[in-house]
Ligand binder design. Structure first.
Ligand code: PHB
Length: 396
C-alpha cells in the first residue's frame, strides 16, 4: 500500500519552512543543476555610468573568450543598474538577485559605499561577493565572502609618494574626494611623503556629489606647491584636468601627480595634450606592454566601438576569471564557502600583469607601475617607466 508510506503534505511544507528558516533552502537551490548565475550590479546610469559600461563590456568579453559553460553547466550573467550613488538600492538589488534569480555569485560594486552596504547580504546568504571596482582598503574585512579583483588605494598611492620625494618635489598640496578611497589615498600619501622628508602644504577634500574643482584648484595655485597630488574616482578626471589647465597651474610650475584614477584611460583621449607630463602610479594602463594586454585591448576596442579599456574593466575581466576558475576547481555546484576557498591563493597573468589573491586578506597582490602621460600616434597614453612587484593591498 503506497499511501501508508506517504508523508502528509502538511508535514512536508512544515519541513521546508524549517529548512528555509535555517537558511538551507537557498543552498539547496544552488545545488540544483540549473544555470550558474552571476549577478552583476553596476552603475549603468548617473555620474559613474562609465564604470558600468567598462566593467559590463569586460565581463561580456571574458565570457565570449572563455565560453558560456563551466563543466557543462551554463553560465548566465544578470546585469542590473544601481545608479551608483544609492547604497540602499545596491543592497536591495543584491537581495532580489539572491531570492528571485538565485544567483550563485554577486559581483560588480562600482563605489565603496555600495560595496559596504551589500557586505552583510553576502554574509547572510553565504554567497561570494566579488568586488571588481570599489577600492577602499577595509572592504574585504566587512564579509568573509568578499574577494576583491581590482585594487586598493593604499596599494597604488605609495609609489607616487616615493617618486615625488626622489624627484625634487618638496611641498605638495593634496586634493582627494571626501570618502573612503580618497581618505585612504590622503593618509598613505601624507605618511609616505613625510617619511621621505617631504612637506604637505595643504590638504583639501572635495565632495563626492556634484563637485566643483575650480575653487579648490585656485587654492592649490595660491599655495604655490611644487606639485598637486589628486585622487578622484573614475569619471571625474576630465573635470579636474580642465580646471588645472584653465587656471594655469602648469604654467605656474605646479606638477600634477596622483593615482591613475585621474588619468583614467576611459577619459584620457578627451583630456588631450593638457594631460601630457602627468605622473601617476597605478596597477593598469591600456598601454601596458605584454602579449596578454595587447590582445585584451585589441579585442575590447573591437567589441566596443573603439572604446579604450580602463582599470575598472580589468577589475571586471579578472573578477570573471576568478569566478570561472573557482567554479571549475570546486565544481559549479559548490557552496559559497567552497567557491571562496577555491579563490584564495589563486594566481594568474592578467592583462595588467601578474596577480595573486592573498588567501588571508582575500585581496589583490599585484605589480604597481609608475607612468607618464605621453602622446603616441596623436593620442595620450599612460606610458609605464618603472614598476614595483607583489605590492600588498595595505602597503604601497
Ligand atoms: C571607490 O568608490 O572605491 C572607487 C571608485 C572609483 C575609483 C576608485 C575607487 O576610481
Amino acid at each position: 500500500m503506497t499511501t501508508h508510506h506517504r508523508i502528509p503534505r502538511r508535514r512536508v511544507l512544515q519541513g521546508l519552512a524549517g529548512a528555509a528558516a535555517l537558511g538551507a533552502l537557498p543552498r539547496f537551490a544552488h545545488a540544483q543543476a540549473g544555470p550558474f548565475r552571476i549577478g552583476l550590479i553596476l552603475p549603468m546610469t548617473g555620474p559613474f555610468a562609465s564604470t558600468g559600461k567598462q566593467v559590463s563590456a569586460a565581463c561580456r568579453l571574458y565570457m565570449q573568450r572563455a565560453g558560456d559553460a563551466i563543466a557543462g553547466r551554463k553560465v548566465e550573467l544578470i546585469l542590473k543598474d544601481d545608479t551608483g550613488l544609492a547604497p540602499e538600492t545596491t543592497k536591495r538589488i543584491a537581495q532580489e538577485m539572491l531570492v528571485q534569480d538565485k544567483v550563485n555569485v554577486l559581483a560588480g560594486f562600482g563605489l565603496t559605499p555600495l560595496a559596504l552596504a551589500t557586505a552583510p547580504v553576502a554574509t547572510e546568504a553565504k554567497v561570494p561577493m566579488i568586488v571588481m571596482c570599489a577600492a577602499t582598503a577595509i572592504i574585504p574585512q566587512r564579509s568573509p565572502f568578499i574577494v576583491r579583483s581590482g585594487f586598493t588605494l593604499p596599494q597604488v598611492t605609495g609609489p607616487i609618494a616615493d617618486w615625488a620625494a626622489k624627484n625634487r618635489i618638496r611641498r605638495v598640496f593634496t586634493m582627494v574626494t571626501d570618502y573612503g578611497p580618497g581618505l585612504d589615498a590622503e593618509k598613505t600619501f601624507h605618511a609616505r611623503f613625510r617619511a621621505a622628508g617631504g612637506e604637505i602644504a595643504e590638504a583639501v577634500r572635495t565632495p563626492l556629489r556634484n563637485p566643483d574643482y575650480g575653487p579648490f584648484l585656485q587654492r592649490a595655485k595660491d599655495a604655490k606647491p611644487d606639485a598637486l597630488f589628486v585622487f578622484v574616482p573614475s569619471g571625474e578626471g576630465l573635470a579636474v584636468m580642465k580646471q588645472f589647465d584653465e587656471r594655469g597651474l602648469k604654467q605656474a610650475g605646479i606638477r600634477l601627480i596622483g593615482t591613475g584614477d585621474v588619468t583614467d584611460d576611459d577619459l584620457l583621449e578627451s583630456m588631450g595634450p593638457p594631460a601630457v607630463g602627468v605622473i601617476t602610479s597605478f596597477h593598469y594602463s591600456a598601454a601596458h606592454e605584454s602579449p596578454e594586454n595587447r590582445a585584451y585591448v585589441e579585442s575590447f576596442m573591437k567589441a566596443n566601438n573603439g572604446m579604450r579599456p580602463n582599470f575598472h574593466s580589468v577589475g571586471g575581466y579578472d573578477g570573471m576569471h576568478l569566478i570561472y576558475e573557482a567554479a571549475k576547481k570546486a565544481g559549479p555546484g559548490a557552496s559559497g564557502e567552497q567557491l571562496v576557498e577555491a579563490m584564495k591563493g589563486m594566481r594568474w597573468t592578467s592583462p595588467r600583469g601578474p596577480m595573486t589573491i592573498d588567501p588571508q586578506a582575500r585581496d589583490v597582490v599585484q605589480t604597481v607601475y609608475l607612468r607618464e602621460v605621453k602622446m603616441a600616434n596623436g593620442k595620450p597614453w599612460n606610458v609605464e617607466f618603472d614598476k614595483f612587484e607583489n605590492v600588498k593591498p595595505v602597503e604601497g
